[in-house]
Design a binder for this molecule. Structure first.
Ligand SMILES: [Zn+2]
Length: 128
């Protein structure tokens, strides 16, 4: 008897190198490996503090009105190479069409904050 590496059920292997009890578990293992590879390959998102400060200045906002994490959440919606003006325009339009409090309550934002606090992103002080 062997123990399945996915579901931990014991099974009688048909081959000596069998690691999974069923095709379903074999497929699951395959998908897990694929996800791991994709995650490792995916570039981490990068955010810049100086860009954030410039955008805050353009809005005439202090840093509490536009928290850095919220800025990053919106910032990830546009390409990294976007200019400060692009970022300002984008955030301005999102902000205009969505209620700030509503965005804070979304699962997308909650997940983002979890990743953010979990160190999933790269924060640099200077873009230039
Ligand atoms: Zn199994």
């Amino acid at each position: 008897m062997k123990k399945c590496k996915i579901c931990s059920n014991r099974f009688e292997p048909t081959r000596s190198d069998a690691r999974y009890c069923s095709n379903a578990c074999k497929q699951k293992a395959h998908n897990l490996r694929k996800n791991e590879v994709q995650q490792a390959d995916a570039p981490k998102l990068v955010f810049y503090h100086d860009e954030y400060q410039e955008v805050c200045n353009m809005f005439g906002l202090d840093y509490e009105s536009l928290p850095f994490m919220f800025y990053c959440f919106l910032r990830k919606g546009i390409p990294l190479k976007a200019t400060v003006q692009n970022v300002y325009d984008y955030i301005n339009s999102v902000w205009h069409h969505n209620n700030y409090d509503q965005i804070l309550k979304t699962n997308a934002y909650r997940n983002f904050i979890e990743d953010f606090l979990g160190g999933e992103f790269i924060i640099l002080s200077n873009k230039s």
